[in-house]
Design a protein around this ligand. Structure first.
Ligand code: MEV
Length: 429
């Protein structure tokens, strides 16, 4: 029986079954039986698996999974699964891919698969000397780190380097130790966090200080994914604008983002529309990649663009992107979620490095399409066509009515709920 209906203190909630939890929540929120049944249906994710992935599961949240076509990456054609609720995101990648397909598509690279773990030590009497004491123990540090993960070691990964900084903070000097670890096909959070925790007592002993935090850095700047593409002028031209005008508009948009954090936030948000959709589709950690991207965009002290556009030697448009890309193939959700596994299969990737490079290409593709639309017709035209369908459905249109109402909304240039409701009334006589 559900406990007291409006109390959030629900004892033993985590031990209940999904159905029992749902009953509790339904009583709390007054959910109708149909809503409860909707939540109980976990779709193509097994309820027992969902229950293992996170705590207190009552259901699953399905988002559409689309496939971006036309992408040629490092000489290979790739179909890209993208999980997103936002219209136009998949279409944007398809369009960008189509428009640079003949010029070779995307070429990509990766700086490495190195992750950083940080160990924070405070209260060190002689921080600069303590820094050297840690650096002198590189071999001991390596042994402790590598001892944590023999499997990673067997796969060619493990400890690579050690850095120690004396950081001036509002709370006095801190000694910040960085463990640099090759995590290969793993995103690596678990591996490097374990190493940092195992090493912490040693650091405390060597420095005489107190260790507090032991955790990875999401600014994964030893794991930079890069992509580049060229768009020819004839592909850039749109009605009323020459290819050169469109090219210059895109370059100017990029200069705008580089100079202004207000614009850069939106510019990079568009890039992340594409990136996060692939990261999510492959069961990777969207927040880790987003945090890394935005921190990297601000690395120079002011927040700027993650992409660059410029005039290529032959006058066409060259675009490039560089950002941290901490994604893996063997993490929990990636390995266990059947949809993530299917997406990896569609992508045809067998290494985290290849996945990271593909994702960078998607980010660049997304940005190209957004900037091209913004610098020419504006995004509302394309966006509204899709948005109009959502508005038509929200107004109650079903089946063939959806297309008809959406079409009329776009034709009138007013994609609004009240207009959609009026049109639907007229259609139904
Ligand atoms: C919308 O989700 C993304 C854009 O705002 C990106 C941009 O402005 O570059 C269109």
């Amino acid at each position: 029986m559900p406990q007291n209906a409006r109390r959030s203190r629900i004892s033993g909630f985590h031990r209940m079954s999904q159905r029992e939890r749902l009953e509790q929540v339904a009583a709390f929120a007054g959910l109708e039986p149909a809503l409860v049944e909707h939540l109980a249906n976990t779709g193509n994710l097994d309820a027992a698996l969902a229950d293992r992935l996170i705590e207190n599961v009552v259901g699953t949240m399905n988002v559409p999974l689309g496939i971006a076509t036309n992408m040629r990456i490092d000489g290979e054609d790739v179909l890209i699964p993208m999980a997103t609720e936002e219209s136009s995101v998949v279409a944007a990648v398809c369009n960008a891919g189509r428009q640079c397909y003949e010029t070779g598509g995307f070429t990509t690279g990766l700086s490495g698969t190195l992750m950083i773990a940080q160990i924070q030590t405070v209260g060190v009497a002689d921080p600069h000397a303590a820094r050297l004491r840690i650096l002198d123990r590189r071999e001991e540090v390596k042994a402790v780190c590598d001892g944590c993960d023999p499997v990673l070691l067997g796969l060619g990964g493990g400890f690579r380097d050690l850095e120690v900084r004396v950081l001036d903070t509002a709370g006095g000097p801190m000694l910040i130790t960085h463990l640099i670890v090759d995590t290969r096909d793993a995103m690596g959070a678990n591996a490097v966090n374990s190493m940092a925790e195992a090493l912490a007592p040693h650091i405390a002993g060597w420095t005489g200080g107190r260790v507090y935090l032991r955790i990875l850095s999401n600014l994964a700047d030893r794991r930079l994914a890069r992509a580049h593409a060229v768009w020819s002028l004839d592909r850039l031209a749109v009605e009323g604008m020459t290819g050169a005008q469109v090219r210059d508009g895109i370059i100017s948009a990029c200069h705008f983002a580089a100079a202004d954090p207000y614009r850069a936030a939106t510019h990079n948000k568009g890039i992340m529309n594409g990136i996060s959709a692939v990261v999510l589709a492959t069961g990777n950690d969207t927040r880790a990649v987003e945090a890394g991207a935005h921190a990297y965009a601000a690395r120079g002290g002011s927040y700027g663009s993650l992409t660059r556009f410029e005039i290529a030697a032959d006058g066409s448009l060259g675009g490039s992107i560089e950002l941290p890309m901490a994604v893996g193939l063997i993490g929990g959700a990636t390995r266990l979620h059947p949809t993530a596994q299917a997406c990896l299969k569609i992508l045809g990737v067998t290494s985290a490095a290849r996945l990271a490079r593909i994702i960078a290409a998607v980010g660049l593709a997304q940005n190209f399409s957004a900037l091209k639309a913004l610098a020419t017709t504006g995004i509302q035209k394309g966006h509204m066509a899709l948005h109009a369908q959502n508005i038509a459905m929200m107004a109650g249109a079903v089946g063939g009515e959806i297309e008809r109402v959406a079409h009329l909304l776009v034709e009138r240039g007013t994609v609004r709920m009240d207009v959609a409701q009026g049109l639907l009334r007229d259609l139904r006589g």
